[in-house]
Design a protein around this ligand. Sequence first.
Ligand code: ZN
Length: 511
Amino acid sequence: MSYAELQRQVAKINDVLNALSVLTWDSRTQMPLGGADTRGQQLATLTDLARRLILGSELRRALEGAEHEVSSQAPDSIPARTVAQVREAVEVSSRIPAELVSDIAALKPTAQAAWGEARAANDFPRFQPYLEQMLDLSRQLAEAIGYSEHPYDALLLQYEPGMTARSLSALLGELKTATLPLVRAIAQKEPPRCDFLNRDYPEDAQREFALGLAKKFGYDLSRGRLDISLYPFEISFTRQDVRITTRYRRDYLPTGLFGVLHETGHALYEQGVSPELTRSALTTDFLGLYAVGGASFGTHESQSRLWENLVGRSWVFWQVQFPALRATFPEQLGGVDAETFYRAVNRVSPSLIRVEADELTYNLHILLRVELEMALLEGRMAVRDLPNAWNAKVKEYLGLEVPSDTLGVLQDIHWSTGYFGSFPTYTIGNIMSAQFFAAARERLRGLEDALAQDDYAPLLKWLQDNIYQHGRRFSPQELLKHTTGKPLTTGPYLSYLREKYGMLYGLGEQA
Ligand code: ZN
């Protein structure tokens, strides 16, 4: 009876978190500007309500009873994982003082506003005191959550459970060692032709084409929709309603096109969660206070990157899709063939802005952010020294001079909202995506043929069976172990990068 009672209470918490998500989706896609203040209050009220339910005595009582009731079940069964997950969340959340939670929540909007002004005015000192406060609160949060080695470990727990500063530094170090020579070798080569990407592409036609690809991948529009927002995202209110957004640039085709493929990958994950887990603890992130089905941020990102890059930027994909794309944009793509298009959308070109970076240099953007945020957290670096440190790393890794803080240290919103520890999940996602895709190729007979025939159903089914259906039941490490037989490792990703860019740029063996 207690387990059933626990499920009822968890379902309620899941409902509150989904209501929060609906309001968040609305505020980013539909809400008039005037709604911002009261919407902020509504979100704060619901967040507080969810936290109270999680820390309340009712849930605690049901949890204790349920733990007893399911104690004879296999440790990785759904009931055992449910109670374990609720227990961990309750314990970690109760270590975080309510005052700290409200201090962080109160600082977020002002720090974000200061960041926005500082970015617009290229004025880092305006943002500096807010970042110092946010860093201080994040340190307090790390201390409250607790860690054995590095404060970063505690913050990573919110995004990538099981990952530590030590293992992350090792992974990123391998990636850096392998990527820098590739980027430098490519810089010596003739860049591919790209002019046609900047022709005039009407938005409606972009939308129709991209959504057509999303449907081919398996995005179910009876449980989904595509809207426009300033920053693209995916959000779900149970597997029955999984929405994506994108932005279109009329003068640059890849932004909208690959943006849709990326968010579709996230959406396929959420739509593929087993119906049995709807409104359960295994589709609820109690610590981050989100209703979400994915095992971690990195695992989620592995799926967006898998569909966007490993499938959507592959040669076999554009061999199949290009005729239809050219038929949609006959003037813009006149005189361009599939191979020219494929080379253009895979161009490597070091740039200042992370969100515009190519697949290869993207990880260098993450690497420098992670190194800086670790140094800040450890107190090895002061916030006032951040712009210079940033610029030095951009010079070292990307070979570029940073002309302004707007195009440098102020470009991302993350630090103003206190998301220390979330950047690495993008690169973890890249590494994982190659591992999962390599396993699918190895274990799924006929995958190559299916992809060459524009058939994505076998790949989607393999991913659903092995990853999506489980929601948060298994940790990222367990999912990797079950599907690939290995822990998180850079091998398949580095092979993928070397093979792909070696072919594209005729690098031979030297890289
Ligand atoms: Zn993503």
